[in-house]
Design a binder for this molecule. Sequence first.
Ligand SMILES: CC(C)(COP(=O)(O)OP(=O)(O)OC[C@H]1O[C@@H](n2cnc3c(N)ncnc32)[C@H](O)[C@@H]1OP(=O)(O)O)[C@@H](O)C(=O)NCCC(=O)NCCS
Length: 244
Amino acid sequence: MSVIPRKPGELTFGEILNNPERYTDEHGALVLAAKSFADAMRHAIPCVSPEAEVIETVPPLPALATPADTRPTLVATPVCTEDDALTMGRIRHIQRFGFSADNSEIDDERQRAWWQENRQRVNAFLYTFGGKLVGYSALLQREDGTWVSSCAVLPGHEGRKYGGRILSHLIGSVGHEVYARALVSNPAACALHNDREWEMTGEADGCRHYRTRPKVRVEHGVSRFDYSAPEAELPCGWWMGEQR
Ligand SMILES: CC(C)(COP(=O)(O)OP(=O)(O)OC[C@H]1O[C@@H](n2cnc3c(N)ncnc32)[C@H](O)[C@@H]1OP(=O)(O)O)[C@@H](O)C(=O)NCCC(=O)NCCS
């Protein structure tokens, strides 16, 4: 344990919480009314100027390198080229009977035309495991701007959790909500849309309709590294007003 002098004005969030009457803005509003923890910290720091005091603290542990995960895993490659799109089309063709929409054949010519027309509205991945192609996932943007998911795993690779992981990767790769539809008669497709990530919005004409649950919204204020050096943060915020 070591003792370090605290700089004037340097606060911890705990101090603010324990002494709310000390940390108000010039209108008397509690700084904790700020939008977020980060805002509260930023706004609170210049609110008071206590004399330098001595506090007991422990030096922070040094950062550690995270060990590499060397286990074999799925590898996702974004679909960027026409060749990638054709590969995706071939998987879709082989597995076309599992889909709730359009079970017709897809040859390369048809897939090429589809890609050329839609590629601005397609966000897709091919997946390999141990260098072998196992499946694809795709987000397709509809006319109203919303996105629908599609995925398939090649025969011979099914039932190994690839489908579930592929779909989770797909919806996790974007910040927006995703819609989906699955045939009631396709239990694997229904099971893919698990209750943790999806909500079922309805069932009609032999299909279940799904929508992803709301995403966790990340608020960016100061990064956690800034907390260790609050003096690096310039005073800012609406409350400073004339004090600038
Ligand atoms: C649907 C598909 C992608 C599933 O891929 P997969 O790799 O076999 O699926 P997973 O092994 O990840 O299993 C996903 C879930 O489906 C369940 N499942 C898999 N096969 C199943 C089957 N035949 N019957 C019932 N449930 C099944 C699994 O138990 C798992 O559920 P859990 O996570 O609750 O345990 C794959 O079967 C496929 O490509 N089908 C044809 C195309 C298709 O249907 N696409 C989906 C359109 S919405």
